[in-house]
Design a protein around this ligand. Structure first.
Ligand SMILES: [Zn+2]
Length: 274
């Protein structure tokens, strides 16, 4: 890394720092992020316990902010009505979004080898109810939403339709093609990119990226998952964001500084309490 590059400051807008993966070396992980120029990190809750841990982390570390939610993949374990608990958490000064929330039809019970078509249907209904509750809380609290979408685009869009005037969304870990990007851009929504953008086989993702204006882009690691090249397959951490940013800047044909300035501004506008 050259000395100029260390001046460039990025935000990791989607990390899972509350996971056990970081229990042993959190301080070093944060120190490496700082050294790499990653000055703020949003840690994303995936259940009420995980969201509470995310908030705790944000209280302990000035550079950490939190988003609170119950992940759609575990929708069947969520409380019947998550709204009161979420709404309470949303009041916290460092809770900057509701998420990740949405629909995932990729990891349904049958795909996990643990269910029938009927179980899949039940799980989908469960996810839809949970997603709707998150959107309601977000609109009420004046927060935007971090969307998890996998193999469920049409249903996500139809659930978002009634909220389009009330909140903005970012499609996190964007892995779709340019035609989907166009649909989301028509609503002026954001798309956030992970280490996938650096993967050799992700040409269609880079094509989508090339078509998205800088003002609709954000950067994330989704750590501990999806470590970018050259650390692909290893535990990911916020410092690795810079490797993703380098590829994204190449695809966008802009400098690292331009990319950093634009994506930080987008994050400030989107995560209003930032
Ligand atoms: Zn995530």
């Amino acid at each position: 890394m050259n000395s100029l590059e260390t001046q460039v400051v990025f935000y990791d807008t989607h990390a899972h720092l509350d996971y056990a993966d970081y229990a042993a070396d959190m301080e070093q992980v944060l120190a490496r992020a700082r050294a790499a120029g990653v000055s703020r990190i949003i840690t994303i809750g995936t259940s009420l316990t995980s969201s509470a841990r995310a908030i705790e982390l944000s209280e302990r570390h000035p550079e950490i902010y939190a988003a609170v939610a119950w992940h759609p993949n575990e929708a069947d374990q969520a409380p019947e009505d998550i709204r009161p608990a979420l709404a309470e958490m949303a009041k916290h000064p460092k809770v900057v979004a509701i998420g990740e929330t949405g629909l995932d039809y990729f990891y349904l019970p049958s795909a996990r080898g643990a269910g029938t078509a009927e179980d899949d249907l039940r799980h989908k209904k469960c996810q839809a109810r949970l997603f709707a509750q998150h959107l309601e809380v977000a609109a009420e609290a004046g927060l935007n939403c971090v969307i998890h979408q996998r193999s469920a685009l049409a249903d996500v869009l139809s659930q978002l339709a009634p909220f389009e005037q009330k909140l903005r969304v970012v499609f996190h870990c964007f892995g779709e093609n340019a035609s989907v990007a166009r649909q989301l851009l028509a609503k002026n929504w954001l798309m956030s990119f992970t280490g996938i953008a650096t993967f050799k086989n992700a040409q269609s993702v880079r094509e989508a990226l090339a078509s998205i204006p800088l003002q609709n882009l954000m950067l994330e690691t989704d750590c501990p998952y999806l470590a970018p090249v050259p650390n692909r397959g290893k535990r990911c951490e916020p410092a690795f964001l810079v490797d993703t940013a380098r590829v994204i800047a190449q695809v966008k044909q802009c400098s690292m500084a331009e990319l950093a300035t634009a994506t930080r501004a987008n994050a400030h506008e989107f995560f209003r309490k930032f």
